[in-house]
Design a protein around this ligand. Structure first.
Ligand SMILES: Nc1ncnc2c1ncn2[C@@H]1O[C@H](COP(=O)(O)OP(=O)(O)OP(=O)(O)O)[C@@H](O)[C@H]1O
Ligand SMILES: [Mg+2]
Length: 310
């Protein structure tokens, strides 16, 4: 084993031994990240948020893509000043909130890179503290991160309780996903935090399983870190169709393969306590859908216990 790999394994092990980096956004906060851009983070973060709200949960979705925010466009709500500009203007963080759906509040990002470029470390900390305050009573807090390994990604991964790593089956996306995990391990940003891998836009379960297996093997071998494998999301025209409208595919195509995949993950999170279940009276029935062969009938392995957050 090379010296660098040994050092990374040591870092992962020291985190497991109890030097947990702060995860002060609370136990129901999940950062949605990817190494490579364009793999579907925002589409899936918005869908998880809409799906959870449809089930009666109180959700806070935070668009942390601070230069090229687009979650508000997928939800059909106004952009306006994002949290960074709001805080810089000395306004209360609630000014950056949009009520996107019943039960779903969005903290908009920004579409002006110059306004948010080069946030300092203290500014990022203030931003994350504001998110912690806004999400205090939420059943689920989702952070849609920009692609790559920038400081916002590292700080947000450290602040959230779990990391949801999105990749497509493409080798470049898997390589970049591994690169991000390596960067976060080097920055000691993960500790014993649960990392879950979600393969998006897969053409079959077999393709998703092979892609997830490659990333998991590399992570175990070179970083000493296990990753849980969540279900896969199929390549689904309903996702692209919905992106042209102010509707999410959870609303326009609730029986699509992608919508079912999102509900399966919400089910896993609710059973594991990553998302709180709706309080009695707020629970909602989801639409009955006929099974789709391949993606609906078989399951990928659920997160292993060693990767589950404490
Ligand atoms: N499962 C899917 N099936 C088909 N198309 C998809 C799927 N998931 C995402 N897409 C499409 O892929 C494109 C990129 O998606 P999205 O913007 O969500 O990616 P992203 O990872 O957030 O990108 P960025 O890194 O730029 O923030 C969009 O056109 C979206 O509609
Ligand atoms: Mg995005």
């Amino acid at each position: 084993m090379s010296g660098q790999a040994a050092r990374l394994r040591e870092l992962a092990a020291s985190g497991r031994a109890g030097r947990e980096p702060t995860s002060w956004l609370g136990p129901r906060s999940i950062a949605v990240a990817s190494g490579k851009g364009g793999v579907g983070k925002t589409s899936l973060a918005v869908a998880l948020a809409v799906g959870a709200a449809q089930q009666g949960l109180e959700v806070l979705l935070v668009d942390l893509d601070l230069g090229l925010a687009n979650a508000h466009l997928l939800l059909g709500v106004s952009g306006g000043p994002g949290l960074c500009e709001t805080l810089r203007a000395g306004a209360p963080p609630t000014d950056a909130l949009r009520r996107a759906r019943a039960g779903l509040r969005l903290v908009a990002g920004a579409r002006s890179p110059e306004a948010t470029a080069r946030m300092s470390g203290p500014e990022r900390r203030t931003l994350l503290q504001a998110i912690a305050t806004l999400g205090r009573r939420a059943d689920l807090v989702l952070l849609d991160l920009p692609a790559g390994m920038g400081a916002t990604v590292v700080d947000a991964a450290r602040a959230a309780h779990r990391l949801l790593l999105v990749t497509t089956p493409e080798p470049a996306a898997i390589a970049d996903g591994y690169g991000l995990l390596k960067r976060l391990t080097q920055a000691d940003a993960l500790g014993p935090r649960g990392v879950e891998l979600w393969v998006n836009a897969a053409r079959s379960r077999g393709e998703a399983r092979r892609a997830a297996g490659r990333l998991r093997t590399a992570s175990r071998r070179f970083l000493g870190r296990d990753v849980g494998i969540l279900d896969a999301v199929p390549e689904d025209p309903a996702v692209r169709e919905a992106a042209r409208t102010p509707c999410c595919f959870m609303e326009s195509a609730p029986c699509s393969g992608a919508a079912r995949a999102v509900r399966r993950v919400l089910g896993v999170w609710r059973r594991s306590g990553a998302a709180r279940s709706a309080s009695p009276g707020r629970e909602k029935e989801s639409a009955p859908c006929t099974p789709i062969p391949d993606f609906a009938s078989r399951r990928l392995p659920l997160p292993s216990s060693s990767s589950a957050p404490r």
